[in-house]
Design a protein around this ligand. Sequence first.
Ligand SMILES: Cc1cc2nc3c(=O)[nH]c(=O)nc-3n(C[C@H](O)[C@H](O)[C@H](O)COP(=O)(O)O)c2cc1C
Length: 200
Amino acid sequence: MMKKILVLYYSSYGHVETMAKAVCEGVTSVAGVELSLKRVPELVPQELAEKSGFVLNQSAELARPAELADYDAILFGVPTRFGNMASQMRNFLDQTGGLWAQGKLIGKIGSAFTSTGTGGGNETTLQSLHTTLFHHGMLVVGLPYSCPELADISEVKGGSPLGAACIAGADGSRAPSAKELAMAKFQGKHVAELCLRMQG
Ligand SMILES: Cc1cc2nc3c(=O)[nH]c(=O)nc-3n(C[C@H](O)[C@H](O)[C@H](O)COP(=O)(O)O)c2cc1C
């Protein structure tokens, strides 16, 4: 039977959106999985979002909290805000109390990737997401060191065993690099392969 995988993200300026697409490439490189790419709703008022230069024409469809129960694995992408996940994803997850009460996510794979400006908060942001995934009883998957870019220190980049990450620059002008995208792709493939190994 096909395994269902969701890549669910929030992105203000497009870095996490780009990373999410690379994660999707990794997922779909594995046969036997069905992929959905979705995002969580914006919370910043339209006028302020426009003034702040948010990317407002993202094509991914909006997810509903209840649908998380429909997938075998979920990869969450979210930028850092002061070292924590952005409130848009926090708010979405805070609407999953009903799923938690019914244990609907227990035993599913959960994995997370991020983007930071300077790298400050890269790992704590992922940990803030992981904590919620543990509360849901998910099997939390990171990025193993078999991903070659992880041990490569030849250039500035995000990414750690906790998950793929991009360094957007303090002014957000740096796009995810080829190595950061390769890590995102690796993580997507890794999760898809693990998902296929799980029975029942
Ligand atoms: C309110 C706010 C807080 C932020 N806090 C941090 C931070 O703690 N560390 C950091 O490196 N970048 C920080 N940033 C920069 C964002 O993480 C960066 O814009 C983001 O990674 C870009 O991802 P996106 O293009 O997907 O929105 C912050 C940005 C905002 C707006």
